[in-house]
Design a protein around this ligand. Structure first.
Ligand code: ARG
Length: 268
């Protein structure tokens, strides 16, 4: 709770900084991009079903979107002297919203795979995670190898790289869903038998939801990590974002945000 108080204050500060900035046309420290001076709000697109990266949480009696990615977004906005607005949507809608300009950037634990790179541009990578298979506790012994997952029914987030992973498992029956919370419900109620998601997310869910666990089978997927998406050709914003990422990395903030967000994700 205490942490959040401080963060809220920071946000408000970022907002008032901006208000001051709007009154005088002179430069603001650290702001080197032309567009940042004019735009007062920067809009983040995310799918807030992905603890500890982005998820809903009641903070001070209010439903808020919090997490590691959100902290990074706040830092980017602050470095730009802009106010952050967060738009929550299904994961599969994110790239379209970015291309059409309805959101300025996407931070959503997104893997910058080749197909996506054709559609949008990405920042440098900021985090890496392995894949995990989530199953019901009583089924744990059934799924020790990838072979044992052949022909199994999977609940998978539509448009995610996990969709590709599941499709590569022979005979897998895939139910595509918009939000991971719905996948977790389907898994719990026995409508699907397994799901694939990044390990930190799997760990956050199994800590909060009784009866689920991580199977021994580990899907193979070579991924470079997560990156932040911007509209194709928006070099200015990518540069700005990379600058903030460099700063956060050099200040060891990334690891700090991860551990704070992980604590928050399991806190009742
Ligand atoms: N890393 C995976 C991907 O890029 C899953 C990301 C899902 N993110 C989310 N916020 N639900 O496809």
């Amino acid at each position: 709770m205490k942490k959040w108080g401080i963060l809220t204050v920071c946000l408000v500060l970022a907002g008032s900084l901006l208000a001051g900035c709007g009154n005088k046309p002179s430069e603001q420290a650290g702001d080197t991009t032309g567009s940042a001076k004019e735009s007062k709000t920067i809009v983040l697109g995310t799918s807030a079903d992905f603890p500890p990266y982005e998820f809903h949480k009641m903070v001070d009696g209010k439903d808020q979107i919090v997490g590691f990615d959100i902290e990074i977004a706040k830092q980017i906005a602050a470095d730009m002297g802009a106010k952050l607005e967060v738009k929550d949507m299904d994961f599969k809608a994110l790239l379209g919203e970015l291309s059409s300009g309805r959101v300025d950037f996407v931070i959503s634990g997104m893997t910058p795979d080749e197909n996506r790179k054709k559609e949008v541009d990405f920042s440098n990578n900021y985090y890496k995670a392995e894949q995990a298979v989530v199953v019901r506790e009583q089924d744990k012994d059934k799924y020790k190898t990838m072979k044992s997952l052949e022909g199994v029914s999977f609940g998978i987030q539509t448009g995610s790289i996990q969709e590709d992973i599941a499709k590569s498992i022979p005979g897998a029956k895939i139910t595509g869903l918009g939000k991971i919370n719905d996948i977790i419900m389907q898994l719990n109620s026995g409508r699907v038998d397994a799901s694939i998601m990044e390990k930190p997310v799997a760990e956050a869910f199994i800590k909060n939801v009784k009866g689920l666990t991580i199977a021994e089978a580990v899907p193979e997927y070579q991924e470079d990590g997560y990156a932040i998406g911007v509209k194709k050709g928006n070099k200015e914003l990518v540069d700005q974002i990379n600058k903030t990422l460099d700063r956060l990395k050099s200040e060891n903030k990334i690891d700090q945000f991860v551990s704070e967000a992980s604590d928050l994700a399991v806190q009742k």
